[in-house]
Design a protein around this ligand. Structure first.
Ligand SMILES: *Cc1c(COP(=O)(O)O)cnc(C)c1O
Length: 435
């Protein structure tokens, strides 16, 4: 299957090219030229299928022309070493827990899948030229990508993060790994990290000597696999007899996660509608209200993985809906929550139902609470484990929360990072030493 750029200037790419490049040369995002509908019988029988079977069928629908069935099956099995349970909270509200992976955030699915697909393509090459993945992170992306690529043959990962601006738990998840993972601690903020990464992609010297790629959700191999768990959520609701009028509420930052849900819908997943939950970074809600998209600098909130002022996957949403705000409004509504509202939700749901939300999932829960109709079943994506935001959550509840063993393991490791200035010349010199 070919992948076109949302800017329509670059030539269509093969899957392999789209995965290796990340962003199209015209700075657009790659989209599959077709979204195949799954056979009717698939949805009828989905309640009898396990996660691997469902995910393999979805992956085959996207990648089956380009990767042999056996290899797709293996990539899916290796990726999904954990489940995504749908947990009933109260009444018609459910939580889709996406935090049971190695770094306890939903990005594990896309990160692990992309690592394995890239490694599949590299292994087929004669030259076997090493690929260098560079990724800027404000916290969660770095850990999911680094852990997803850990020990994967032929790939080097360089994580850039702003010195002193990520939590200790987050930092430990990508600075203690060693092997093919290097962490660069940049004397600057997240925007500086992102600027360094973008400059490297555009630098002709570096691109001559290195094969550089991005592992952000612009990459099709990271974003499309996120459709898997929407189907798996539906299968679980179906087994519970709750699969009528399903509404997904997605805590959104760069809008990769919700766009994968829209793809699942176009593949035939029976969904009634979507809600995009925002924190104070509410450009999307404003777009729904005014019809005008006005990107702006992000503001800092306690749901920091959603602190995005110009969501990169907005281009994909526009592409899916032919740039029509009326069409978008029919399928997706929006909501936004302040830090105080997020705090209230976390405390309230813990007190009333004994369920602990993280600050991102709290936006998802509240989006359903405020908008769900009585005849609908609402399911929000619980995108990270609350313990990843230990200090915030503990200050809200006024008591300590347990830390899962997986996170405690990371805390034991010894931090190793390379200090780097925010100057591109320094970063470029460093990359030259990595050939
Ligand atoms: C990345 C992230 C989000 C936002 O997901 P997008 O795909 O960027 O919209 C939400 N919650 C958590 C915990 C995240 O790490």
């Amino acid at each position: 299957m070919k992948y076109y750029s949302t800017n329509h200037k670059a030539a269509p790419a093969t899957l392999e090219e789209a995965v290796k490049k990340g962003l199209a040369p015209d700075k657009g995002l790659y989209m599959p030229e077709r979204i195949n509908r799954l056979p009717e019988g698939f949805i009828d029988n989905i309640g009898d299928m396990d996660f691997h079977t469902i995910a393999t069928a979805v992956a085959t629908s996207f990648f089956g022309e380009d990767i042999p069935a056996g290899d797709i099956g293996k990539i899916v099995r290796d990726t999904l070493c954990f489940d995504t349970p749908a947990v009933h909270i109260h009444d018609n509200i459910w939580s889709l827990e996406l935090f049971h992976g190695p770094t306890l955030a939903f990005k594990d699915v896309g990160g692990r899948f992309m690592a394995r697909m890239l490694s599949y393509f590299i292994a087929r090459e004669d030259s076997r030229r090493k690929v260098t993945v560079i990724v800027a992170t404000s916290g969660d992306t770095g850990s999911a990508v680094a852990n997803g690529f850990l020990g994967v043959d032929g790939i080097d990962v360089i994580v850039l993060y702003p010195e002193g601006k990520v939590s200790e738990i987050q930092e430990k998840q990508f600075t203690t790994l060693g092997q093919n993972i290097t962490a660069l601690e940049v004397a600057g903020n997240f925007d500086d990290c992102q600027r360094l990464v973008k400059s490297a992609f555009m630098d002709p010297d570096l691109n001559r000597i290195l094969t550089l790629t991005s592992a952000n959700s612009i990459n099709v191999a990271r974003f499309l696999p996120q459709a898997f768990y929407y189907f798996n959520a539906y299968a679980q609701l179906k087994r519970e007899g709750k699969a009528e009028n399903v509404v997904f509420c997605v805590p959104s930052g760069n809008f990769g996660n919700i766009t994968a849900g829209l793809m699942a819908w176009k593949m035939g997943l029976p969904v009634k509608r979507f809600i995009a939950a925002n924190n104070r970074n509410d450009v999307f809600l404003e777009y729904l209200q005014t019809g005008i998209y006005r990107p702006r600098a992000s503001v800092q909130t306690i749901a920091n993985a959603m602190d995005v002022g110009d969501p990169s996957n907005f281009a994909r949403v526009m592409d899916l809906y032919g740039n029509s705000v009326e069409a978008v409004r029919k399928d997706i509504s929006g909501c936004r929550y302040t830090d105080d509202e997020i705090r209230e939700t976390i405390a309230g749901v813990q007190g009333k139902y004994g369920y602990l939300l993280d600050p991102h999932g709290a936006c998802g829960y509240q989006g359903l609470k405020d908008n769900l109709h009585p005849d609908e079943t609402g399911i929000f994506l619980e995108t990270a484990h609350p313990a990843k935001f230990k200090d915030t959550v503990e200050s809200i509840l006024g008591k300590e929360i347990g830390i899962p063993a997986k996170l405690q393991e990371f805390m034991k490791g010894e931090k190793k990072s390379i200090k780097m200035s925010a100057d591109f010349g320094d970063f470029k010199n460093y990359l030259k030493t990595r050939v």
